[in-house]
Design a protein around this ligand. Structure first.
Ligand code: NCC
Length: 276
C-alpha cells in the first residue's frame, strides 16, 4: 500500500471523519425524558471558528517546559480529563476553552466529577468507547462506563455549562484512518482523548498547535505533568493505539522537527484552510 503524504492524510481525515455530537433528535435519545439536556446543535455549529488553538496533552514532559505563556496566547485551548492548570500555569497556561473527558473520569469516585471545580471551566465534551458498529442503541445499552447517568446528573447540577457528547462513529472513523495508514494490525480500541481532541480542534480552528503529544527533548517516563507516577505506557500507549496515533500526527505536522524537539510543538492546519 502506498504511503500517503502529509497533505493526503490531512485530506483523508477531513473527508472521512465526521465530527458529530449527540443532539436530542437522535434515536434512541429522542424518546427519552432527558434528551432535552443534550445540546440542540452540533458543537461545530455552536463554537468557533477560532484563528489559533492549542491542544495541551497531559504528558509529563510538559513539566518545566515554561510553555504556559505561549499556550495562553491561543484563541482557544483544549485540555484533557483531570489535567489541572492551578499551580502549573508556568508550564501549561491557565486558559481552558474546552475540556475533553473520557467516561472513566465521569464515573470513577476518585475524580469527584460532579463536585470538583476542575470541570466547571469551559465547554465540556465527553466520550465513551462505543461499539465498532457505532450503533447508538447498541452503545446506549452497553457503555464502557455509565456516561449517560453521569451526564444527566452533571447537567442537573450545572445546567448553564455547555456539555457535548461525541458520537462514537467519530472514534471509529478516526481509528480506521490510523489502521489504513499503518502496515501493522492495530488494537481495536478507540484513539486516545488527545487525538480525538486534536481532530476536534482542527474542525474549529485555522491553526492548531499540539503540545507534547510528540515528546520534546524533555521526554520522560513521568506519566502526567501533574502527578508523581511513572509509566512509559502513558506516552507509548497500551489500551489506545497511541504510538500509531503519534506516527500519523508526525506525518501531518507542518512545523519543523526542531519545534518538536525544543517545544514539543506540532503545527496542524484547520480543515477550513485547505481544499482536497
Ligand atoms: O492520560 P490521559 O489520557 O488523561 O492524557 C490525555 C492525553 O494526553 C496524551 N498523553 C498523555 C500522557 C503522556 N505521557 N503522553 C501523552 O501523549 C494522550 O493523547 C492522552 O489521550 C485518555 O486518552 O482519555 C487517557 O485517560 C487516562 C485516564 O482515564 C484519565 O487520565 C483519568 O485518570 C487513561 N489512563 C488509564 O486508564 C489508567 C489513559 O490511558 C488515556
Amino acid at each position: 500500500r502506498p504511503k500517503l503524504s502529509g497533505p493526503e492524510l490531512l485530506c483523508q481525515i477531513k473527508e472521512m471523519v465526521q465530527i458529530t455530537t449527540l443532539t436530542p433528535d437522535m434515536e434512541p435519545f429522542s424518546g427519552l425524558p432527558w434528551a432535552s439536556q443534550l445540546p440542540q446543535h452540533q458543537i461545530t455549529t455552536d463554537i468557533g471558528p477560532f484563528k489559533t488553538c492549542a491542544v495541551v496533552s497531559s504528558a509529563g514532559s510538559l513539566k518545566n517546559s515554561g510553555l504556559g505563556k505561549e499556550i495562553d496566547t491561543h484563541d482557544a485551548v483544549i485540555r484533557f480529563n483531570a489535567a489541572p492548570t492551578t499551580g502549573f500555569e508556568k508550564d501549561v497556561g491557565s486558559k481552558t476553552t474546552v475540556r475533553l473527558i473520557n467516561s472513566q473520569v465521569m464515573a470513577s469516585e476518585d475524580h469527584h466529577f460532579l463536585s470538583s471545580s476542575l470541570y466547571s471551566a469551559g465547554i465540556l465534551v465527553s466520550w465513551d468507547p462505543g461499539p465498532y458498529s457505532s450503533d447508538l442503541r447498541e452503545w446506549f445499552n452497553k457503555t464502557d462506563y455509565p456516561i449517560f447517568k453521569q451526564y444527566q446528573r452533571y447537567r442537573r447540577l450545572h445546567p448553564q455549562q455547555p456539555f457535548y457528547i461525541i458520537h462514537p462513529r467519530m472514534e471509529w472513523q478516526l481509528w480506521q484512518r490510523i489502521q489504513d495508514n499503518m502496515d501493522e494490525t492495530i488494537q481495536k480500541n478507540p484513539p486516545s482523548s488527545g487525538l480525538l481532541g486534536t481532530v476536534l480542534m482542527m474542525s474549529l480552528c485555522e491553526v492548531v498547535h499540539v503540545y507534547e503529544f510528540l515528546p520534546s527533548r524533555r521526554k520522560t517516563e513521568l506519566c502526567h505533568y501533574y502527578q508523581r507516577f511513572s509509566d512509559a505506557a502513558c506516552t507509548l500507549g497500551a489500551y489506545h493505539p497511541l504510538l500509531y496515533e503519534k506516527n500519523l500526527v508526525k506525518r501531518m505536522n507542518q512545523g519543523s522537527d526542531r519545534d518538536i524537539y525544543t517545544y514539543g510543538r506540532v503545527t496542524l492546519p484547520g480543515f477550513i484552510t485547505f481544499n482536497c
